[in-house]
Design a protein around this ligand. Sequence first.
Ligand code: NDP
Length: 285
Amino acid sequence: MSKNYRAELVGVIGDPVDGNPTGVMEEAGFAALGLNFRYLTIKVLPQDLEDAIRGVRAFHMRGINLTMPHKVQVIPYLDELTEAAGIIGAVNTVINQDGKLIGENTDGKGFMIALKNEGIPVKGTHITMLGAGGAAKAIAVECALAGASEIKIINRDKTRGVALAELITSRTGCTAEYIPWTEKKTVPADTNILINGTSAGLFPDIDMCPDLDYATIHEGMTVCDVVFNPVDPLFLQKSRANGARTVNGIGMLVNQGAMNFRLWTGREAPVDVMYKTLEAEFSEE
Ligand code: NDP
């Protein structure tokens, strides 16, 4: 029988991309299952994006992740979008299905799996989202599609906040409202799930956290953070001190990575291996 020396290729393209930890996690998963897959971390400048996607086709790559600044700009070069990617208007994962490039957005889906694993339902809940950037949008859209009854968007920049609230109200069955971010912002008392969808608190700014009146966070709330480095940001520590249950950003990151793994390899991802690899990676810093 002839041997196959050809590795299946996946990866991430972006700029800056050097600090992107996804490859460590995906490669640990491939090794655990003995798959001859390689995850390449590739610098691609905005003006080279079209060529890079041509490269994905030419190299018969199984797929690719996109990070800054390509998540929106990549769309014209793809053949199809999933429902969520279409509504969000951004793609973080491409799947090469026999030459057809399908754009998906697994950021929000990873978050939903992390919540489900913690036994936290979303259907019928009142959600308060801090932020209106890419991560906040992906999560808010998935929460709306999963049947959240109301989403309040608190963001510093009004234009972005209003646009996200309008997108949710017009494209999903959920109502959304923009609330301006004033100093020491009060968290709406009826909030079931409070999400930090901003980059406040991200390494190296670990002493920072969203500007809230933390006394308005209570034990009836589940508080989640998209920030995954540090693993337990100040925002979650302060929320826990007020009795809230907390969910960190690692679950979201690992579960979106696991979903990409399944989409590319067709195999169930070794989530525990991937989780431990990432946790160890961040605890080294
Ligand atoms: P964007 O640049 O698209 O959005 C950033 C958002 O953060 C904006 O809403 C911005 O508000 C807000 N913001 C930034 N700093 C502050 C601050 N000090 N106070 C209040 N609001 C602030 O970034 P992304 O959405 O792509 O990324 C956001 C975070 O999510 C990053 O930390 C990233 O690492 C993390 N992330 C985590 C993932 C995971 O799997 N866990 C996946 C993807 C991202 P404004 O509009 O007013 O400027």
